[in-house]
Design a protein around this ligand. Structure first.
Ligand SMILES: *Cc1c(COP(=O)(O)O)cnc(C)c1O
Length: 386
């Protein structure tokens, strides 16, 4: 069977095959990096390239690949960071309306939403995104403005709450709101929100898509007529564009997305199971554990359970902090989604939500050998306990 006859291709294949140059004799297999701020141009500009802040061909292979991975018929739009993409998408909210968002959304997303709401006479309603009835009630309450945007993160950061995206997208549309999903944690291999009814997907490409902790970038994907051009216009005016080398490097990272995610999520589940039985661990959270409150929902809506888990050591916040110093292989650092495993006590950040336990460590599992990861954690837990 020809590859065309089997389409749509699996995401693992799309990550490798999308965004390649046309197959003509002597063509390169990768698109070249174009280093030019402007293009030769006379008269009234047409569809050709004009100026790199508007568009440049070096973004296109990455935009095609990310758009295809999210199941959109339109290419993604890449931005200089995840937050630049999020800021552009938040501006789709109507002034004087409500933005409904998870109380455990990415911190800077909540900050950007609150700042925008204050400028525009809007409100941000923070909800438990796993509680579908509560989210639906927050979309159009009797005593406040109706929502124009429902912001979803699933699993959330760092509490790993899992949202019922199909139900939430349907409810958002019924209330006249757009449904946006930050798909950074799940990746398009784990979850395809557009197919579940969402209007826009955003990514911190910095994390899994690029995957090597060596660049900062964002992307937005939509299949809704008119929305991509509004986001494109916002990117052009705001000017939050990625450089050509970063776009090339992110695509290079994206080619191995499936291998990295398959490995890291298998290791995350194994580590979650072992840590769950560890005498020095009080609580483990991972959507793949039957003890997770939305385990069944994650099993039915996601492919795999992601590569993030959280743990709370029995010794409290001091033990959690000590663990980040006692590990030798795990890297103590913020961020996630790199090939290297990392961990962080989230409440060390003063702005982290007060509902996140003081002693909670967020672990981003990388692609190292799982036994090495386990031994390092087990040894550090014992060293911490004295
Ligand atoms: C890191 C992150 C962001 C922000 O992305 P940057 O690339 O750091 O700007 C947004 N959402 C989630 C879920 C993230 O993990």
């Amino acid at each position: 069977m020809s590859p065309e006859a089997r389409s749509p291709l699996s995401p693992a294949t799309t990550a490798v095959a999308a965004g390649r140059p046309a197959r003509v004799q002597g063509a390169p297999v990768n698109e070249p990096v174009v280093l030019s701020s402007t293009y030769v141009s006379t008269g009234t500009p047409g569809a050709e390239m004009l100026y790199t802040r508007y568009d440049t061909e070096t973004w296109h292979p990455l935009e095609e690949a990310v758009g295809a991975l999210e199941g959109s018929s339109q290419p993604a739009l890449v931005f200089s960071s995840g937050m630049a993409a999020i800021d552009a998408v938040l501006r789709l909210a109507a002034p004087g309306s409500a933005i409904v968002a998870p109380r455990h959304a990415y911190l800077a997303t909540l900050t950007a939403a609150r700042e925008q709401a204050a400028r525009e006479g809007s409100v941000v309603r923070e909800v438990d995104i796993a509680d579908t009835a509560a989210v639906v009630a927050a979309l159009a309450p009797a005593d406040g403005p109706a929502a124009s945007v429902l912001w979803v993160e699933s699993p959330t950061n760092p509490m790993l709450e899992v949202a019922d995206i199909p139900a939430l997208a349907a409810a958002a549309h019924e209330a006249g709101a757009l449904c946006v999903v930050d798909n950074t944690f799940a990746t398009p291999l784990g979850q395809r929100p557009l197919a579940q009814g969402a209007d826009v997907v955003v990514h911190s490409v910095t994390k899994y898509l690029a995957g090597h902790s060596d660049l900062v970038m964002g992307a937005a994907v939509t299949d809704v007529a008119g929305l991509r051009s509004r986001l494109h216009a916002r990117r052009t005016t705001g000017g939050a564009i990625p450089g050509p080398f970063e776009a090339w490097l992110a695509l290079r990272g994206l080619r191995t997305l499936a291998l990295r995610v398959e490995r890291s999520q298998a290791s995350a589940l194994e580590l979650a199971r072992r840590l769950d039985a560890h005498p020095l661990v009080a609580e483990v959270r991972h959507p793949g554990l039957p003890s997770h409150p939305q385990h069944e929902r994650a099993a039915s809506l996601m492919d795999g359970f992601g590569s993030i888990l959280t743990l709370r050591p029995t010794g409290g916040p001091d033990a959690a902090e000590a663990l980040t110093r006692d590990v030798r292989l795990w890297v103590p650092a913020t961020s996630l989604g790199g090939v290297e495993s990392s961990l962080e006590r989230r409440r060390r950040l003063p702005a982290e939500a007060g509902t996140v336990p003081e002693d909670l460590l967020r672990l981003s599992v990388g692609i190292e050998d799982v036994e090495d990861l386990w031994e390092d954690l087990d040894r550090a837990l014992r060293a911490t306990a004295g």
